[in-house]
Design a protein around this ligand. Structure first.
Ligand code: GLC
Length: 440
């Protein structure tokens, strides 16, 4: 039975009286919400973000969507290649066209000289106090000609992953201290595991692909043998030296012995796939592989640990390449204010903490390395502060916008050494020529 929609008069006035009493706070909050809602003030901007692919992607998407909802904006994700060199090529196409189609880019620590002309100066949005909370070394790296090109998002310093169960099984008490020791240990474990019925087992996986991936590996080998960093900060070209040659020859010796032949086409993920399937004793990789390896579904969960990368001989040095990713607002963005606000959220203490705990990504804020929640989940982060601070930088500051040209010559030549297409002495000579042209 339908009830009347028209209440009696007395009922109306009663209702109004009670509406008055009960609704005042509601009405007030409605107008307050209307007043505070950014949509009312014409936000509703679309921010396109070329962010990460893989492991932490879903999480950064969720953080960005949450930001969009809170601010009344929209976020769209633009997919980008996983390989750093391929990602640079893609970004450069947008920059060459001065395209407004991407607002926020995730950019590599080594690209700052290349991206500077295409970046909005973030000093407009982040004051000195904000900026001081990030690693000063990275802020300095990201400041080109006085412009703050990008804000640090997460750091990378390479580490040695090793199987604790297998080291114990083959009678080793600790991880290798030198590359020579690693070679011996990897050989013994590989032989033993293959004989025990694992024909695909590998001693050591790394990244030998002709891209920025092998640039990082090779700079570590060379620096660890005391062979410099290709071009030194004072512009001196040092790549053509006996230690660099020795380092490259050592690495060449691994291919097809303790490492698969295919390692010359491996990037980070290819190496991790072999490792995480339980098919390698050692792996060189960035910290992100730690959380993935310890995922409850991973067959190696709880069976590995990490250490510093080995030295090149007793008198060599421990060398971890300095990597890491930054967030940049495009100079061609039509909504730089909203884009910078998204960068603020993505680089906040809260977001970085979540990324450290869930994805073992090194925070760009030093304070988080003593954070109790972070250390409870990734205790080894306390040792990563000095590793990060002493990590070996690729010569990107000294070569600026020409860095990629130098790195391309380097990675192509190193890859040729690994595949047997070039000798190490010839390879370093080729790189030297290009470096001398660039570092004038
Ligand atoms: C990692 C590093 C980055 C480097 C890349 C090479 O992503 O963070 O700096 O260029 O690896 O593959």
């Amino acid at each position: 039975m339908r009830t009347s929609v028209l209440p009696m008069k007395s009922n109306i006035s009663n209702s109004l009286r009670s509406l008055n009493r009960r609704s005042v706070p509601w009405i007030c909050s409605f107008f307050l919400a209307l007043f505070l809602s950014p949509t009312v003030f014409g936000q509703g901007k679309l921010i396109r973000f070329a962010g990460e692919t893989g492991g932490a992607e879903a999480s950064s998407r969720a953080v960005a969507q949450e930001w969009a909802q809170k601010t009344g904006n929209k976020v769209e994700f633009i997919s980008r290649p996983q390989d750093a060199s391929a990602a640079l090529q893609q970004a450069q196409q947008y920059w060459a066209a001065k395209s407004p189609d991407i607002d926020v880019y995730m950019v590599d620590v080594i690209w700052q000289g290349i991206c500077a002309p295409h970046a909005t100066d973030l000093k407009k949005y982040f004051n000195e106090g904000d900026v001081a909370q990030f690693f000063p070394r990275i802020i300095e790296n990201n400041t080109v000609g006085g412009k703050l090109v990008s804000l640090p998002w997460f750091g990378d310093a390479c580490i040695l992953y090793y199987r604790t169960d297998l080291l114990e099984k083959y009678g080793y008490k600790e991880p290798p201290k030198t590359w020579e020791e690693l070679t011996e240990m990897a050989k013994k474990i590989q032989e033993g595991e293959r004989a025990a019925g694992k024909p695909d087992f590998q001693g050591f996986v790394f990244q030998g692909k002709a891209s920025e991936s092998v640039t990082c590996n090779a700079i570590e080998w060379i620096y660890s043998f005391d062979g410099g960093t290709i071009v030194e900060p004072d512009k001196k070209v040092t790549i053509n030296n006996p230690n660099a040659i020795k380092a490259l020859e050592t690495a060449k010796g691994w291919v097809g012995t303790i490492s698969p032949k295919g390692v010359t086409t491996y990037g980070e993920e290819e190496a991790r796939n072999v490792w995480q399937a339980g098919n390698a004793a050692f792996m060189r990789n960035w910290p992100y592989a730690y959380a993935l390896g310890n995922d409850p579904k991973s067959v190696i969960a709880g069976k590995f640990d990490i250490s510093v990368l080995p030295k090149g001989g007793e008198n060599g040095k421990n060398a971890a390449a300095l990597g890491g990713w930054q967030l940049m607002v495009s100079a061609y963005s039509k909504a730089p204010d909203a884009a910078a606000d998204l960068v603020r959220t993505l680089t906040s203490v809260e977001t970085l903490k979540k990324r450290a705990i869930e994805f073992s990504l090194l925070p760009s804020r030093p304070a988080l390395y003593t954070d109790a929640d972070v250390l409870a989940k990734v205790p080894w982060f306390k040792n990563m502060l000095p590793v990060l601070e002493n990590a070996v930088a690729r010569p990107s500051t000294v070569t600026g916008a020409d860095y990629n040209q130098l790195s391309t010559s380097f990675f192509q030549n190193v890859n040729k050494v690994l595949t047997g297409g070039e000798t190490a002495p010839n390879a370093v000579q080729q790189v030297e020529k290009v470096a001398k042209r660039i570092a004038r």
